[in-house]
Design a protein. Structure first.
Lengths: 92, 740
């Protein structure tokens, strides 16, 4: 076990699915952004808008779950989730 | 606070048992593009028999396939997708692959397709172009969605034996120099190693070599084709046993190393009827744009059979041609030997290879060339996991622990260490020249037990167990049967055997909480007072009545009187300390027969190195029918050739099969001694068992078991009489069947 990681809680499988979908979408948008043809302004604008919206939902999920479960936090720390076990870890 | 990545850092001491999983295994649709039928290599075991440098996919062909799939969400409706790229060598067409991936990403987004949130690109490569700038750019662009496996077969010798260039030279050096970059870019990446006939002796070193290269996950399997020769299974088993010893001796099982050669779930009877192979649930698109249930059904991977395609983007998928694949289950395609196999779990097959090997053009005929290699793998797995379980002690909810408890068939071995050891059961010993099991034989027995998942019951003579013998048996599970005269201390693995007529009740005998009491029918009247005086420390006493087979009708009455006395005493004793007394309490605790089951659940190995049905048959003068084989033969053939083995099963015992005197041991040795048939009990065995049964029934109320135990009242003592009543009309006709 990594000494810098501390188990601080767990979410439901449904909540895990929500954040996993947002996590995957964020990665997909990031890689899509790299290949947008220069002449496709419409696609560019749609992707950029989606990236902003997805990031907002992503941050909101962590804020909502943090408030719901009152996980332990730390200055300069961040939470991580294990998608297999639904466990939440505090990481420095 | 934010999420950065998934965490997979948890480790425990049993990392080796973790299954190597594919991404979203079982729930993702697999779509394969055959980009090219060309490859720089000519691997000797490769099933792609039609490699050529002509057939290549065009972008237009790929685009039509993708458009068709994304438009038909009613068919392709899984939550996730893996876009797989295959060849030949897929990186030969890196620009095409790059173009296809870009198109997929854009179209998924434009269509707002659910797969945009759950897709992967996956490919297996020979690695030769891995550091090509175009490949590296492709990896950079798709890093979060990409899985790449480089095929390395193991040691240079093994790899170069199989994975050769067109001119026959080995490719190891050219491939392995690119491995560090691959592992740097894909932490935890896995290779795909293949085992053929020629490289079997290199399996152990190859797995260790791959682990040393830093490739910690090593899926490795024997090919399915008809290549295996006599003795290959022994070489394979030996290699895996050596690997198992390396894993244990060097604590590799704690260090995140993994290979599919060792999996905890393999080697058990299968209860489900699922098809192993996923052909039909996948979609493979060949260079021409034709759809196939799997790449193995494209023409370039089939020798003399015609390809099976099920449509294309223009005509649509032919669902009728998918029906046979989706309806396919395990039993419908398997020979009876596979259906009945007690170690079937983990045995694999390839639907394409089945089709290629079948007598007709069908996928419904399973090729079983791999059978003996699977069984060798099972034996080596048993060896490893039984040893590791001694070190790690998995809990009772562990899947393998549960499977071991539920399995049928042979479960233990009685090991007669010394011909002078006393009987612990009904059988009689015989004066013979003393023979003690030698250490070499014991080593073979210990090894056999580990590879076959058998626990040991050691029947000790006066010498007990030497330190050398204890060392030999240190990895085995065993219990000890010994008399108080034996040089072996009583512990929780010890069952003391006390002979009423020849042994002296002393402290050593009294120490054991469980003991076996053998008492002559002539001294039965002394049993109740003796038990009252000597049983206080005991939790369980198993009683065997010697010479029971010669009891007379008058002695049945005496036996009933003894049981009545015990019946009256037992509730009083229960108030002081509960006692299991086999004659009376076993029936109350059973919901099915508790027969000895010699020849079914256990056999015996004697000091002469031979297997027998039970110890009694070792001492029997005429025992050729019951001598199974010697240990060397069994280790070589992996078979226990019990003659007429069905006769030891309950469904071949007409007098016993419907009897509910479940505490009866149904001793096959007694049967043979008295009726000359192992499946037929004597009147004495039946009557005594029923006297015990009926006495147990009378204890239901005094022991307050009325809510838990039901034993019906019956008016007979010998089930043979009941059987004769049913057969009476036939017997009265002189055994002649009515003419029609």
């Amino acid at each position: 076990m990594n000494a810098e990681k501390k188990l601080v809680g767990k979410v439901t499988p449904e909540q895990r699915d929500e954040i996993q979908a947002l996590f995957e979408r964020r990665n997909s948008l990031k890689e899509l952004f790299l290949i947008i043809p220069k002449d496709n302004q419409d696609l560019y604008e749609r992707v950029v808008a989606d990236m902003a919206q997805t990031q907002k939902k992503f941050d909101q999920w962590w804020a909502d779950r943090g408030a719901e479960y009152q996980w332990e936090g730390k200055e300069n720390g961040h939470w991580e989730i294990n998608f297999e076990t639904c466990e939440i870890f505090l990481n420095e | 606070m934010s999420l950065d990545k998934t965490d997979n850092s948890q480790q425990n001491s049993y990392e080796l048992s973790e299954k190597i999983k594919a991404w979203n295994e079982g729930s993702a649709r697999s779509i394969t593009f055959i980009l090219t039928e060309d490859c720089q290599l000519r691997c000797k075991y490769c099933y792609l028999c039609g490699k050529n440098s002509v057939s290549k996919m065009t972008f237009e062909t790929a685009k039509e396939g993708i458009d068709y799939i994304l438009e038909h969400t009613e068919i392709y409706n899984e939550g996730s997708v893996v876009w797989d790229f295959i060849g030949g060598e897929p990186f030969l067409e890196i620009e095409l692959m790059n173009q296809i991936c870009d198109y997929i990403k854009v179209r998924l987004f434009e269509l707002n397709h659910p797969w945009f949130n759950s897709y992967r690109f996956s490919l297996a490569t020979n690695g030769l172009l891995y550091d090509d700038p175009r490949v590296q750019e492709f990896i950079k662009k798709n890093r979060d969605h990409l899985s790449i496996g480089i095929s390395v077969d193991g040691t240079p010798e093994k790899h170069n034996m199989q994975r050769v260039f067109i001119d026959g030279t080995g490719s190891y050096d050219e491939v392995v120099k690119r491995v560090p970059l691959w592992l740097e870019q894909f932490q935890g990446a896995q290779t795909k190693a293949t085992i053929g006939h020629g490289d079997l002796p290199l399996v152990k070193d190859s797995v260790l070599h791959l682990w040393n290269l830093g490739i910690t996950s090593v899926p490795m399997n024997c090919i399915f084709e008809d290549v295996w020769e006599d003795g290959d299974d022994d070489i394979f088993q030996d290699q895996l046993i050596q690997l198992a010893d390396e894993i244990i001796e060097n604590d590799l099982f704690k260090k995140n190393f993994n290979t599919t050669l060792f999996e905890r779930h393999i080697g058990f009877e299968l209860t489900d009827n699922n098809n192993w192979c996923g052909a039909g649930k996948m979609l493979s698109i060949d260079t021409r744009g034709a759809f196939h249930p799997c790449t193995r059904f494209a023409q370039y991977s089939l020798g003399h059979k015609p390809e099976i395609n099920n449509g294309n983007a223009e005509s649509g998928v032919d669902l009728n041609r998918l029906r046979p694949f989706l309806a396919l289950n395990r039993t419908v395609q398997s020979p009876q030997e596979c259906i009945d196999c007690q170690v079937a779990s983990g045995c694999a097959w390839c639907q394409g290879n089945n089709y290629e090997c079948a007598d007709t053009e069908t996928i419904y005929q399973r090729a079983t060339y791999i059978c003996k290699m699977h069984k060798a793998r099972v034996r080596a797995n048993n060896y490893l996991w039984n040893k590791l379980d001694k070190l790690v002690s998995p809990d009772e909810n562990d899947d393998r622990v549960i499977r071991l408890k539920l399995r049928k068939g042979l479960q233990s071995l009685f090991v007669l260490m010394d011909s002078d050891a006393p009987s612990f059961c009904y059988y009689k010993t015989r004066e013979m020249e003393r023979k003690v099991m030698d250490d070499e034989t014991l080593k073979k027995v210990a090894f056999y037990a580990l590879t076959e998942n058998l626990s040991l019951n050691l029947i000790l003579g006066k010498d007990g167990l030497t330190d050398a013998q204890k060392e030999i048996l240190k990895w085995n599970d065993y219990v000890v049967y010994r008399s108080s005269k034996a040089n072996f201390p009583a512990d929780d693995k010890t069952i003391n055997v006390f002979d009423f007529e020849t042994d002296t009740w002393d402290d050593s005998a009294a120490q054991t909480e469980m003991f076996i009491l053998r008492i002559s029918k002539d001294h039965l009247a002394e049993l109740p007072p003796w038990l009252e005086a000597h049983s206080l420390s005991a939790d369980r006493i198993t009683v065997f009545v010697k010479e029971m087979e010669s009891m007379t009708e008058a002695e049945f009455d005496s036996y009933k009187a003894v049981l009545d006395q015990l019946k009256a005493w037992l509730p009083e004793r229960e108030e002081k300390k509960p006692l299991e007394l086999s004659l009376l309490t076993d029936r109350l605790q059973l919901d099915k027969p508790n027969h000895c089951d010699a020849g079914v659940k256990h056999v015996t190995i004697a000091p002469d190195g031979n297997f027998y049905v039970c110890p009694g048959f070792y001492y029997r003068e005429k025992n050729k029918d019951f001598l199974i084989a010697d240990i060397d033969t069994v280790l070589k053939t992996h078979e226990l050739p019990i003659k007429n083995k069905q006769l030891y099963k309950l469904d071949h015992a007409p007098i016993c099969e419907n009897c509910d005197a479940w505490q009866c041991r149904r001793c096959v040795w007694l049967n043979k001694e008295t009726t000359l048939e192992v499946n037929t009990p004597s009147r004495q065995q039946c009557v005594c068992a029923h006297l015990e049964r009926n006495a147990s029934r009378d204890l239901i109320e005094p022991l307050f078991l009325t809510d838990m135990v039901q034993i019906p009242e019956i008016d007979y003592l010998d089930p043979f009489d009941e059987l004769m009543k049913k057969n009476k009309p036939f017997i009265e006709k002189g055994g002649k069947v009515d003419e029609c």
